[in-house]
Design a protein around this ligand. Structure first.
Ligand code: HEC
Length: 102
């Protein structure tokens, strides 16, 4: 167990150093895996939810957290909040980086 967590820890530390684009690639996968694409469109150009492509990274991340945490209850944000409860801040940061670059 100790060895295992050591390996995971090393991978977590090494990954960002080895692949500077890792967050973007991970963001693309997470955007689909976490269901964002289902509401915001496969290329984040908007569908049920608004367009995220090309939005400022910081704005996307902040708004995401506000909606997830129930602090932004505008319009149809309630339908999203329930669907993204399990998405972590780190995952959201990767997704924000990805969509802002589209
Ligand atoms: C069930 C549908 C649904 C899912 C799943 C969903 N969203 Fe949304 N999202 C919405 C809707 C609808 C809004 C618009 C909320 C409003 O009316 O204010 C929104 C708004 C947003 C906004 C704010 C956009 C802006 O211009 O202010 C961000 C950022 C966002 N979503 C990110 C995400 C991310 C990242 C995921 C995946 C982890 C995700 N959403 C998953 C439906 C969804």
């Amino acid at each position: 167990m100790k060895l295992f967590s050591g390996i995971v820890g090393a991978a977590l530390v090494a990954a960002p150093l080895m692949f500077s684009n890792a967050a973007v690639a991970g963001g693309a996968d997470l955007f689909k895996a976490k269901g964002c694409a289902g509401c915001h469109g496969p290329t984040a150009m908007g569908a049920v939810g608004p367009r995220l492509a090309g939005q400022m990274e910081k704005y996307v991340l902040e708004q995401f957290k506000l909606i997830r945490d129930g602090k932004r209850a505008s319009g149809k944000s309630g339908m999203m909040a329930g669907a993204v409860k399990s998405v972590t801040d780190a995952e959201a940061a990767d997704i924000a980086k990805y969509v802002s670059g589209l």
